[in-house]
Design a protein around this ligand. Structure first.
Ligand code: LLP
Length: 385
C-alpha cells in the first residue's frame, strides 16, 4: 500500500486527508479499458463513488463516460469535460429542474425509474420542443448476494420499474411522442464478489429484451450497471479488480446481438487507489478493558463502517514497534457508532502515529459530511508528494 511506502512524507500534511495513488488508478483504468475493448463494451464511471477533480481528470483521459445520479453530478461531469453524449443519468427521484437540465444537455440517456417519471419527461420534452433519449431502468429482481444495505435490484427495492408494470403498459409506452426509448438499464447492487450473480442477471436481461422487442420495442443498448466488488479484506492481494472475469461472464451469457453493452463502475475504479490517513490523538482503556485508539478522523470523513458495518483494513504505517495489540479504532464524532473497527490487530500505537484506513477511494470523500462542523478532509496525490 502506498501509505506504508511514503509514510514519512505524509507527516507534513494536516490529517485527516485522503491519499490517492494515481499510478494505481491508471493501472486500474488501463486494465478495465484493455479488457472491455476485447468485446467493444462501453464504460461509464459512476461519479457518485468519488467526484474529486484530479481523479475525474485521469478517468477522462481513458475515455470513460459518466453515470450520474443527480443534476449536480451531471453538472460536475460536464464541467470536468465529459462529453454529454457519454453520460447517463439514473435516480429514483429526479426533481423537475434536474430533469429539465438533463433534457437540455442532450445526454446519452436519462435512465427512467418510474412510469410517472416517464410521462412527466415526455410532457416536459414536448413543452421544450425536443425528443429526449431515455433508457428504461428495470428492476430485474435478482439477489446480488451482498450487504443488504447496498443491494438495489430485488423486487421490493425502490429502484427501477417493475418488469410486470412495463409489460402491462407496453402499448402506452410505445405511443410516447417526445421520448425515444433507446436502452434498457439495470443495476443489481454494489460490492458484488460472487460473480455468478451476474450470470443470473444476464439470463433475466435476455428474457426481458426478447419479450420487449417482440412487443415492438427496439433498443440500441443494454446498460448492466456497476457493482463489481473489491477486496476490502486484503487489498494488497487484489489491488485491481478482476474485470476480465466479469466481462467474460457477460460475454458468455448475455445474448443481445449487436446491441451496445454498457457498464457503470464506481467502486471497482477508485476504491483501492484511496486511503484515509488519520493521526492517533489518544489511547485509553475502558472500564471493561477495551483498548481504544482515538484517531482524528471520524464517520464524517468515512461513514461506511458506521452506516453499513463495512470492513476496511487498517494499518499503523509509522509505528516501529515489534509487538501487535488488539485495539478498537474510534473517531472524534459525537456518535457511539463512530467506530472504524473493533478488535483490530495493530502495531503498538502511540499519539501522533499515522493510521491508514485502506480501500477508501470509493464512497469515502463523496459521502463526507460536516457533522459536528468538522472540516471536510483534504486530498494528497501520489504524484505530487
Ligand atoms: N449505477 C447505478 C445506477 C448505481 O446506483 C450505482 C451505485 C453504480 C452504478 C455504481 O456501483 P458500484 O460499481 O460502485 O458498485 N455507498 C455505498 C454504495 C452505494 C452504491 C450506490 N449505487 C457503499 O459505500 O458501499
Amino acid at each position: 500500500m502506498l501509505s506504508r511506502q511514503v509514510a514519512e512524507k505524509l507527516r507534513k500534511y494536516e490529517t485527516p486527508f485522503y491519499l490517492y495513488d494515481i499510478a494505481l488508478l491508471r493501472q486500474t483504468l488501463e486494465s478495465v479499458t484493455y479488457e472491455s475493448k476485447k468485446y467493444n463494451y462501453h464504460l461509464h464511471y459512476a461519479i457518485k463513488a468519488n467526484y474529486d477533480d484530479r481523479l475525474l481528470q485521469v478517468i477522462r483521459e481513458y475515455g470513460l463516460g459518466i453515470d450520474c445520479a443527480s443534476g449536480n453530478e451531471l453538472k460536475k461531469a460536464i464541467e470536468a469535460g465529459f462529453d454529454p453524449k457519454t453520460i447517463v443519468y439514473a435516480g429514483v427521484g429526479k426533481r423537475d429542474k434536474e430533469l429539465r437540465y438533463a433534457i437540455e444537455q442532450k445526454i446519452l440517456a436519462i435512465n427512467v425509474e418510474s412510469l410517472e417519471e416517464l410521462f412527466l419527461l415526455d410532457k416536459m420534452s414536448g413543452e421544450m420542443g425536443v425528443v429526449t433519449d431515455v433508457a428504461l431502468r428495470i428492476n430485474p429482481d435478482i439477489d446480488p448476494k451482498t450487504n443488504h444495505c447496498i443491494d438495489t435490484g430485488q423486487a421490493d427495492s425502490k429502484f427501477g420499474i417493475s418488469y410486470e408494470e412495463i409489460l402491462e403498459n407496453a402499448e402506452e409506452l410505445k405511443k410516447l411522442q417526445n421520448l425515444k426509448l433507446i436502452g434498457i438499464h439495470l443495476h443489481i447492487g454494489s460490492q458484488i464478489r460472487e460473480l455468478h450473480v451476474f450470470e443470473n442477471m444476464c439470463n433475466k436481461v435476455n428474457v426481458i429484451i426478447e419479450n420487449l422487442e417482440r412487443l415492438g420495442f427496439s433498443f440500441r443498448f443494454v446498460d448492466v450497471g456497476g457493482g463489481l466488488g473489491v477486496n476490502y479484506d486484503v487489498p494488497e492481494n487484489e489491488p485491481i479488480p478482476n474485470f476480465a472475469s466479469l466481462f467474460s461472464i457477460i460475454h458468455n451469457h448475455l445474448s443481445v446481438g449487436d446491441r451496445e453493452v454498457h457498464f457503470e463502475f464506481g467502486r471497482a475504479i477508485v476504491a483501492e487507489c484511496g486511503e484515509l490517513i488519520t493521526s492517533v490523538l489518544f489511547n485509553k482503556t475502558t472500564a471493561t478493558g477495551r483498548r481504544l485508539v482515538i484517531v482524528d478522523a471520524s464517520m464524517t470523513e468515512l461513514i461506511r463502517p458506521a452506516l453499513y458495518g463495512s470492513y476496511h483494513n487498517i494499518e499503523n504505517v509509522t509505528s516501529d514497534s515489534e509487538s501487535n495489540v488488539k485495539y478498537t479504532i474510534v473517531g472524534t464524532a459525537c456518535e457511539s457508532t463512530d467506530v472504524f473497527q473493533e478488535n483490530v490487530s495493530l502495531k503498538k500505537t502511540k499519539r501522533g502515529d499515522l493510521i491508514a484506513i485502506k480501500s477508501a477511494g470509493a464512497y469515502g470523500m463523496s459521502m463526507a459530511s460536516r457533522y459536528n462542523l468538522h472540516d471536510l478532509p483534504g486530498a494528497v496525490y501520489s504524484d505530487e508528494l
